[in-house]
Design a protein around this ligand. Structure first.
Ligand SMILES: Cc1cc2nc3c(=O)[nH]c(=O)nc-3n(C[C@H](O)[C@H](O)[C@H](O)COP(=O)(O)O)c2cc1C
Length: 428
């Protein structure tokens, strides 16, 4: 089981309820409302990285000095030739609403409304580079040219609303072929169930009841890298301005990185250099096809949260190498390789990883996970822990979160022109 859903917290104490039907979510997909202690933390006092000194935005009580022209949540950010209007990004969110991989009107409205709502970057959900790389049969895909048309409509609309259109390219590896979260998320093991055989670095299943992946040969690996490159070309044709390589949450790239899922004895397994080889080769090939003026992001899980797994030290080495290859930002999440992880979920629990990577690999980072209020998001930026904040579920709850953040921070909200003249009076 592998989908993004709201039930990950079931594994927090190691006691997974009903393994066969409840998905272990791959990152911080935790229902705030279902976890009182998290709800408490998320509305509580300042988290890690609090800064001392004055205020810049009285309404949100940011702690940096009004007189110092520092960067804050609402400052633009330019990476290569792309300018983000603020530091707020919509985190990639699988919607399980495609047929044969195609983006639909649902996606246009879902993503488009967040662009209207003022975010700087709208990252399209995990989009499969091959059909067998889908988490579920209803994942978004980009493995054929026919997928470009509906995606280009979305990219055009997002850009027309002032947001940068981004797309996350993905392959689920051993965590492919699952049902939708709202149907329980269990593995679809047979074609009769709508499933297909899964591949991975090694014949190690994610969970005891999950299918054993067929180990990829060296030729399979090269074909897979080619599929990422072809997908990136299609994404560029569709008009996306940011490509994100999904190497997090226990999916294929992460499966190669982690000793938990990779016990190969060839050049793609064993030493850290060998385990990083696929991600680095893919990033290098992507950078070759992405124009110099456009950024390449990589999402990683900074840790597996289990001993003997992938961890922050290895992540720092990986990010140093990604930077050298021309990757512009690492979007720092965690977890997803094993259902046995014990994850200390709380507001900002992944932010220290973003900070360490930013400091020690000297690469821009994105911070993500349980960021719900503008004050805390602003603090992440002003304290130099990350360069962008990625917001997932709070943007599902509130598409106008960025506009509300502007209002809370005492900045004139950037309503779409069609709304602004009508709503501004009350906003005062
Ligand atoms: C419904 C849902 C779908 C998700 N889909 C993706 C995805 O496609 N790619 C990805 O990297 N993360 C995905 N995630 C993880 C989010 O991008 C984000 O990292 C996570 O929800 C934590 O941020 P939040 O607390 O602001 O929601 C998903 C999470 C949820 C809840």
């Amino acid at each position: 089981m592998s989908q993004y859903d709201e039930n990950r917290e079931g594994s927090r104490d190691g006691k997974r309820e009903n393994r066969s039907t409840v998905s272990e979510v791959d990152n911080a997909a935790v229902a705030l409302t279902a976890v009182p202690e998290i709800a408490e933390v998320s509305t509580g006092a300042a988290g890690p990285g609090s800064m001392a000194a004055g205020t810049i935005h009285t309404q949100c009580h940011s702690r940096h000095d009004r007189e110092v022209p520092e960067v804050d949540l609402l400052s633009p950010l330019t990476i290569r030739g792309v300018t983000f209007r603020n530091r707020i990004a919509m985190s990639p969110l699988c919607m399980y609403s495609s047929e044969d991989g195609f983006a639909t009107d649902f996606h246009l409205v879902h993503l488009g409304s967040r662009a209207l709502g003022g975010v700087a970057l709208v990252m399209v959900e995990a989009t499969a580079v091959t059909d067998e790389g889908r988490i579920s049969p209803v994942d978004m895909g980009i493995w054929k040219d026919e997928h470009i048309g509906p995606l280009s409509r979305i990219a055009r609309f997002l850009e027309g609303q002032g947001a940068v259109p981004g797309i996350q390219l993905a392959h689920a590896g051993r965590k492919a072929s699952c049902d939708t979260p709202w149907n329980g998320g269990s593995s679809l093991k047979t074609p009769a169930e709508g499933g297909w055989p899964v591949i991975g670095p090694s014949p190690l299943p994610f969970d005891v009841e999950d299918p054993v992946p067929t180990p990829m040969s060296a030729a399979d690996i090269q074909l897979c890298i080619d599929a990422w490159v072809a997908a990136a070309r299609r994404a560029l044709d569709a008009g996306f301005k940011v490509i994100e390589l999904h190497a997090a949450h226990g999916y294929l790239m992460h499966q190669f990185l982690s000793p938990i899922s990779n016990n190969r004895t060839d050049e793609y397994g064993g030493s850290l250099d060998n385990r990083m080889r696929l991600v680095l080769e893919t990033a290098r090939r992507l950078r070759e096809v992405i124009p110099q003026a456009l950024p390449l992001f990589v999402r990683i899980s900074a840790t597996d949260w289990v001993g003997g797994g992938w961890d922050i030290e290895q992540s720092i080495v990986l990010c140093q190498k990604l930077k050298a290859l021309g990757v512009d930002l690492v979007d720092v999440s965690s977890g997803g390789t094993t259902p046995d992880a014990r994850i200390p979920v709380a507001r900002g629990y992944q932010i220290p990883f973003a900070q360490r990577i930013r400091d020690e690999a000297e690469i821009r980072t994105g911070g993500v996970g349980l960021i719900t209020d503008p004050e805390y998001a602003d603090e992440i930026i002003t304290s130099g822990q990350a360069d962008l904040v990625f917001i997932g579920r709070e943007l599902m709850r509130e598409p106008y979160w960025a506009i509300k953040a502007q209002h809370a921070m005492g900045v004139e909200p950037s309503w779409p022109i069609q709304y602004g003249y009508a709503v501004k009076r009350r906003a005062k």
